[in-house]
Ligand binder design. Structure first.
Ligand code: SAM
Length: 235
């Protein structure tokens, strides 16, 4: 065995590691097999304060801060509430709900999600007609809150992508109106400039208050917004 002390591993910061460099956005060298859009996404993640905060806090996604802000404003997640989380992967919103005292929560995603007990998690397509009844059976009673952060994979064809997003919002809204307790709340991801007027009309008829919200953690250069509908009117 060598008498030499073990060498410390030197990790070079992407910024160059200088005092000055720390304030500059980090740039990654274009790596082999990384496409320009993957490169841009990685650089954005590295430089994004919400991603850093999420890693430090143990949240699975920066999206957690969007729900945190909306809940601080609208008081949606009460201790003991029943919640449905549509499109939950990787689980940031469910983590926030559990942290805020929600005890009964079910979620669904096309993607696998690491367990988040006591949440019940389904891996399936929410647009499958069997999904809604399965979620309700797992939840064991009408929800107080239905959350939907679902976003379909884009195919790059503007009209097709738009129709797919609108389809998901409409199906989630119809489900929420159908299953929520009177007084319940619905939150859904939506997009500025989208043809949301039909769904907004349905929501305004069904809920006492409907607001468009752009949380701080929602990237300024994204057309993403959220619709928060509260106070489901009695049937
Ligand atoms: N709120 C999540 C969090 O805090 O970690 C992030 C959700 S992510 C922005 C959107 C998710 O919607 C993706 O994981 C995607 O797989 C899911 N999704 C899209 N279409 C879906 C569908 N038809 N059924 C179920 N999940 C869907």
């Amino acid at each position: 065995m060598s008498d030499e002390p073990p060498r410390k591993r030197m990790v070079k910061l992407p910024s160059g590691g200088t005092e000055e460099g720390r304030t500059k956005p980090a740039r990654l060298k274009t790596a082999w097999k990384r496409t320009p859009s993957q490169q841009a996404w990685l650089e954005r993640q590295i430089n994004d304060p919400f991603s850093a905060q999420a890693r430090a806090h143990g949240y699975r996604s920066r999206a957690a801060y969007k729900l945190t802000e909306m809940d601080d404003r609208f008081r949606l997640l009460r201790p003991g509430a029943r919640v449905v989380d549509l499109g939950l992967a990787p689980g940031g919103w469910t983590q926030v709900a559990l942290e805020r005292g929600v005890t009964q929560i079910v979620g669904v995603d096309l993607l696998p999600v690491d367990p988040l007990p006591p949440a019940h998690i389904l891996q399936m397509d929410f647009t499958d007609p069997a999904c809604g009844p399965m979620l309700m059976e797992l939840l064991g009673g009408a929800p107080d809150v239905v959350l939907s952060d679902m976003a379909p994979n884009t195919v790059g064809h503007r009209r097709t992508d738009h129709l797919r997003i609108m389809g998901l919002i409409e199906i989630a809204a119809a489900f929420a109106i159908d299953v929520l307790k009177p007084g319940g709340a619905f939150v859904t991801k939506a997009f500025q400039g989208g043809e949301t007027h039909y769904v907004m009309g349905d929501l305004k008829r069904a809920f006492t208050e409907v607001k468009n919200v752009k949380p701080k953690a929602s990237r300024a250069d994204s057309s993403e917004v959220y619709i928060v509908a509260t106070g489901l009117k009695g049937r």
